[in-house]
Design a protein around this ligand. Structure first.
Ligand SMILES: *Cc1c(COP(=O)(O)O)cnc(C)c1O
Length: 432
């Protein structure tokens, strides 16, 4: 893979692409939503499919010339269904946020109630934050973690659902280190005749590999981004059951098929022409995800996260909920007398990329919160294992415990360069 043509036509962008490749190579990417897509996935996103308009669905397009595009999209659909065990898959959403908009649009009306996880406790912006379309358009009822152990208390969620009677019970998180109890969420939705909707954006790779419960069987609708642990291109898919559910948004007196409602909401409801080059990349990523090697990779992500969490705690740091069951963890910086932003910025100066994040019951603000969120998907893609995680944990803790300690910073910089030298990223790609 090279960027010869870009270099000829647009040296300014070519130079920045070089720099970005080197930044990724020479640093430790520990932002839990980031990962390294395979060269094959990246190649697919740079193909001629970007030229094709194909509004509609395979076999039902509004444009001619979609013969091969149909075959590509059908492969993506069939692979997604097989991978997750889904009855129906729509592979057209542009991103996780648009996919969530499309799911809400399919299932409920403006002003309806949705039960979703509080952003400050690990939910996503599109799960009802007041600054997001979701919080403006629908009445979100937030649930959070309990104060005693910083985990979701399912009986509290149930009581809230019984009291508020939302139309959708939404679960799924972006900064929650523990397992989501999908079957219990589905049972609560059933009890109040609401839709059960799971957003598994962060953990879908783990779900495929059996390293986390897969909600596809228990939930009406499941959405995932195709990035993050899944390790595909930047995009999303929606999966659902094919059963009939009463729905009054478009046809007040008819029974509608759930799959049809989702498809109709994606196109023409919310999007125009699908990004077929990205759909091709999703198909490639799904094929990669069917291998044993991929499943082993997912299990290693979780083992690595446990090893990293244990080492950080050994070093005296406090982790939200006392550890992790997944690919990510949250460091509470309160006792270190620094903010999450100060800590994350210092680590980034040394080549360790994390992000600052709110922690449950945070007394600080979202732009300068008390937590640092970090995880292991990208480092695991480079081939690192538990031994390397211990080194990384030592290096991170030494910096955070004393932001002015230049010796610690020098050591950490050395650890970063040793690890990135040993575990090469994209050895066959040259941009320069
Ligand atoms: C990342 C994420 C999204 C949004 O995905 P984008 O592609 O960034 O729009 C939605 N929900 C959850 C839980 C996420 O983690």
């Amino acid at each position: 893979m090279s960027i010869e043509n870009i270099r000829k036509q647009d040296p300014e962008i070519a130079e920045l692409l070089d720099k970005e490749l080197n930044r990724q190579r020479e640093g430790l990417v520990m932002i839990p939503s980031e990962n390294f897509a395979s060269p094959a996935v990246m190649e697919a996103t740079g193909t001629v499919c970007t030229n094709k308009y194909a509004e509609g669905y395979p076999g039902k397009r509004y444009y001619t010339g979609a013969k091969y595009i149909d075959m590509i999209e059908n492969l993506a659909i069939e692979r997604a269904k097989e991978l997750f065990g889904a009855e129906h898959a729509n592979v057209q959403p542009h991103s996780g946020s648009s996919a969530n908009m499309e799911v809400y649009g399919a299932l409920i009306n403006t002003g309806d109630k949705v039960l979703g996880m509080n952003l400050a406790h690990g939910g996503h912006l599109t799960h009802g934050s007041p600054v997001n379309f979701s919080g403006k358009r629908y009445e979100f009822i937030p649930y959070g973690v309990s104060k005693k152990d910083e985990k979701v208390d399912m009986e509290e969620v149930r009581q809230l659902a019984l009291k508020e009677r939302p139309k959708i019970v939404l679960c799924g998180t972006t900064a929650y280190p523990r397992k989501v109890e999908f079957e219990k969420f589905a049972a609560i939705a059933k009890e109040i005749d609401a839709y059960a909707f799971a957003d598994i954006s962060h953990i879908s790779g783990l779900c495929i590999a059996g390293a986390h419960e897969n909600p596809v069987a228990s939930h009406d609708v499941v959405m995932t981004t195709t990035t993050k642990t899944l390790r595909g291109p930047r995009s999303a898919i929606i999966m659902c059951k094919k059963e009939d559910r009463y729905h009054d948004l478009y046809h007040p007196d008819s029974k509608k098929d759930l799959a049809g409602m989702i498809d109709f909401s994606v196109f023409p409801g919310m999007q125009g022409g699908p990004l077929e080059h990205v759909i091709a990349a999703k198909a490639v990523a799904f094929k990669e995800a069917m291998t044993d090697e991929y499943k082993e990779y997912q299990r290693q992500i979780v083992k690595n996260a446990k090893a990293l969490a244990d080492e950080l705690m050994n070093q005296g740091l406090r982790l939200v909920s006392g550890g992790t069951d997944t690919h990510l963890m949250l460091i509470d910086c309160t006792d270190l007398n620094i903010t999450g932003k100060e800590g994350a910025n210092k680590l980034a100066d040394l080549g360790i990329y994390t992000n600052f994040n709110m922690i449950p019951f945070d007394t600080r603000t979202p732009f300068n919160p008390s937590g640092i969120r970090l995880g292991t998907p990208a480092l695991t893609s480079r081939g690192m294992k538990e031994g390397e995680m211990k080194k990384v944990g030592v290096a991170i803790a030494a910096v955070l415990k004393d932001l002015d300690n230049t010796d610690a910073q020098e050591n950490t910089r050395k650890t970063v360069s040793e690890l990135t030298e040993e575990f090469k990223l994209y050895p066959d790609i040259t941009y320069a």
